[in-house]
Design a protein around this ligand. Structure first.
Ligand SMILES: Cc1cc2nc3c(=O)[nH]c(=O)nc-3n(C[C@H](O)[C@H](O)[C@H](O)COP(=O)(O)OP(=O)(O)OC[C@H]3O[C@@H](n4cnc5c(N)ncnc54)[C@H](O)[C@@H]3O)c2cc1C
Ligand code: SF4
Ligand code: SF4
Length: 412
């Protein structure tokens, strides 16, 4: 197993989640590899999945290209995993079957279990050390060059969307024989330091917390070293007590919640208490087949209607981005709505669509306010399709890039 050797700070960039590219021998690659500069999802989708997402196929506009979508759970859930542990199990199987020589992923930092630490794992029996979710980001891709130096030609990478975008941009130059990409969705991430502040606000015993998850039942689940569990309704979280810059602009303006460039996405949003799996191409199908005996798959369900929840969210983001006080719910109403939401709010796939639309709205509003010149380069065209029903459409300046690329495509 190989860990990141350097703790040196990366060069400063204004929008950056330190995915690791700036720490490679050629940091200039950031200019073309970065999700926050000029991403080109359409071209990458065609290259990786054989086609771009289709607005004619149900849910592709929201979730990206997929061959198969399931709700799933490991028949024998793995203790210590974030959900049932499908991600770790797929990676174990890849190593056991020698389809890959190593898996690039994150482990908990030995000094702080909430801090992700990049590692290259080359033995299936070590994969369990990477289970679970850490809050924050760390330079995963800085271990690509060491992996190549070790002679690895067949790799798997597990990562969050901003890391996977950069990986796909570098993929060709790595000259690998095989690359499998297992992606998890990601949203509302922040630095590990900020996350500790949040933990301090939600529990008097932050040092005892071993697990935290924002669940599809509108609750945050906490688990403690004692074995005790606690669920806090979203509405009762002290979000208004967090500093204004708690979530960095990167994570407020991120445009790929569902990790659309992975071969398989393993999340929970559309899973109603189980996991949610999107196999996006043939490699994704191969990864899913590796665990087919061990995973119980069912068809995802969908309940409720998202429009009013998304519209209410948009109004609040507009107020918050403009520095105005949020429309706060009276305290007496919170427990009632908190009880009602898991019962009548959007659930299953409708919950996933709700979250994807909210994220698209949030990204556009925050970028327009804080870095308006980036909108035309950073916001992919499918985002505008997702937000148009909520009155968010691009201005003439914001669609310049799309017109330019259309013109380029028309040139002889
Ligand atoms: C910050 C963050 C936010 C997320 N938000 C959502 C969400 O909104 N909706 C949703 O459906 N899913 C989200 N996920 C994914 C979800 O939490 C689970 O990781 C996923 O469902 C896989 O569960 P599992 O039991 O299969 O994973 P496990 O088998 O426990 O494996 C988890 C894998 O994730 C890797 N990992 C953990 N933390 C990080 C990190 N900080 N950066 C990079 N890799 C990491 C681990 O190294 C491990 O390989 C998020 C993940 C992260 C890291
Ligand atoms: S490519 Fe990675 S390291 Fe470079 S600027 Fe973007 S997020 Fe930062
Ligand atoms: S929210 Fe987006 S930008 Fe932030 S860490 Fe997750 S994938 Fe990266």
């Amino acid at each position: 197993m190989h860990e990141l050797q350097t703790k040196v700070s990366p060069p400063h960039r204004s929008l950056c989640t330190d995915c690791g590219v700036s720490r490679t021998s050629n940091p200039k690659q950031c200019a073309t590899a970065c999700q926050f500069i000029q991403p080109d999802y359409k071209t990458f989708e065609i290259k990786i999945h054989g086609r771009a997402r289709s607005s004619n196929k149900v849910d592709e506009l929201h979730f990206g290209v997929f061959n198969q979508m399931h709700r799933g759970v490991l028949k024998k859930p793995s203790a210590g995993a974030q959900w049932s542990g499908i991600t770790t199990r797929i990676a174990e199987k890849l190593l056991q079957s020698q389809r890959v020589q190593a898996v690039l992923t994150m482990q908990p930092d030995p000094l702080d279990m909430w801090r992700p630490m990049p590692v290259l794992i080359d033995r299936a029996e070590d994969m369990h050390k990477a289970r679970g979710m850490r809050m924050g980001y760390a330079p995963l891709l800085s271990l690509l060059e060491p992996a190549l130096k070790l002679g690895y030609k067949r790799l798997a990478v597990i990562g969050i969307p901003c890391q996977i975008y950069a990986l796909r941009a570098l993929e060709k130059s790595l000259n690998l024989e095989t690359l499998f990409v297992i992606g998890t969705p990601c949203s509302d991430n922040t630095s590990t330091e900020n996350f500790h502040q949040f933990l301090n606000l939600i529990t008097p015993n932050p040092g005892e917390v071993t697990y935290l998850e924002f669940k599809a039942n509108y609750h945050v689940e906490l688990r403690f070293k004692s074995g005790k569990k606690k669920e806090i309704p979203f509405l009762q979280l002290p979000l208004s007590d967090l500093p204004k810059d708690f979530f960095p602009l990167t994570c407020r303006s991120c445009v790929d919640y569902t990790n659309s460039l992975s071969d398989i996405t393993v999340g929970y949003m559309g899973g109603e208490g189980e996991q949610w799996l999107l196999s996006r191409n043939e490699k994704g199908d191969e990864l899913l087949a590796l665990v087919s005996d061990e995973v119980k798959l069912t068809a995802p369900q969908s309940h409720g209607k998202r429009q009013s929840a998304v519209l209410g969210f948009k109004k609040n983001v507009e107020l918050a981005a403009g520095g105005l006080p949020l429309r706060k719910m009276p305290n007496w109403l919170r427990p009632i709505v908190g009880w009602l939401m898991p019962r009548i709010g959007p659930r299953g796939l409708e919950f996933a669509r709700t979250r994807v639309e909210m994220k698209a709205i949030e990204s556009i509003i925050h970028l327009r306010r804080e870095m308006p010149s980036r909108v035309k380069n950073m916001v992919p065209s499918h985002f505008w399709e997702l937000t148009k029903n909520y009155g968010l459409q691009p201005s003439a300046l914001e669609i310049v890039r799309e017109l330019e690329s259309q013109n380029e495509a028309l040139e002889p």
